[in-house]
Design a protein around this ligand. Structure first.
Ligand code: ADP
Ligand code: MG
Length: 242
């Protein structure tokens, strides 16, 4: 992205409020979270455990409804979308890597990765071929026919990442994508994700605690106690204005 280019906003959130439970067990997970993420940038979301990171990304990827606030995602106002429209937006335009991977245990790695394409109506043969290519790119082509239970945690994490990439979504959101990976595998995955951002104007949001990967970010959004408290532009990234 050049300094002069008009920056389009992929994710625009204002004053997002979310509580879980009621009465004595009520938990204020988000207390007015604001965030803008530009198209074609890699933003990392960091903050202490329990500060609301997973809740926040679940809301702006339409997995969870907020109790208050506004969210425009890829030009769509989430408050005005029906459940079906949210499902469609997610299936077509959003890739999500869950902290707990959420792989389907009865499906092979390749079948798991093919699922987003099958949901969109792509034929099984093509979907499986595409899934194999993405598994190759995360270094798991040789384990395509393994079931999740036959794979290590790090391998399952890479299958989950491949599944988030296979339908070429405009927005990719990863919850702690390198937490089960050793340093080298984590670096390979972040390099792959960085290349996707740079080459296809994809927007990538990575929730992480892993300071070994901070160098890949354009900006860091710091979260605490249910709010974004600071946005920092990384020195080594050019062209993104804070
Ligand atoms: N399903 C839930 N039910 C009740 N409380 C929850 C639920 N999910 C998260 N919380 C609480 O909301 C707060 C924010 O959690 P979370 O978004 O998971 O934070 P983070 O991802 O930063 O660790 C925490 O206090 C957590 O215990
Ligand atoms: Mg979390």
């Amino acid at each position: 992205m050049s300094l002069d280019a008009e920056k389009k906003i992929a994710v625009h959130c204002r004053n997002i409020i979310k509580t879980y439970g009621t009465g004595a067990s009520e938990v204020f997970a988000l207390r007015g979270a604001d965030l803008d993420v530009y198209e074609g940038e890699l933003l990392m979301l960091v903050g202490p455990s329990g500060c609301g990171k997973t809740t926040f990304i679940s809301i702006f990827t339409a997995l969870l409804s907020a109790d208050g606030g506004e969210c425009d995602i890829l030009g769509k106002d989430l408050n005005t979308l029906s459940s079906d429209q949210k499902v469609h937006l997610r299936a077509k335009s959003i890739g999500f890597v869950f902290q707990a991977f959420n792989l389907l245990p009865a499906l092979t790695a390749q079948e798991n990765v093919a699922v987003p394409l099958l949901i969109q109506g792509v034929g099984r043969k093509v979907a499986m071929q595409e899934a194999k290519l993405v598994l190759d790119s995360v270094g798991l082509g040789a384990r395509s026919s393994a079931l999740p239970a036959e794979l290590s945690g790090g391998m399952q994490q890479r299958v989950a990442i491949a599944r988030a990439l296979v339908h070429h979504p405009k927005l990719i959101v990863c919850d702690e994508p390198t937490s089960s990976l050793d340093h080298e595998s984590g670096h390979v995955i972040m390099k792959l994700l960085r290349d996707i951002v740079d080459n296809s104007n994809t927007t990538l949001i990575v929730v992480t605690h892993d300071d070994r990967i901070y160098e890949f970010a354009d900006r860091m959004a710091h979260m605490d106690d249910g709010k974004i408290i600071k946005i920092e532009t990384m020195k080594n990234q050019q062209g993104i204005i804070a």
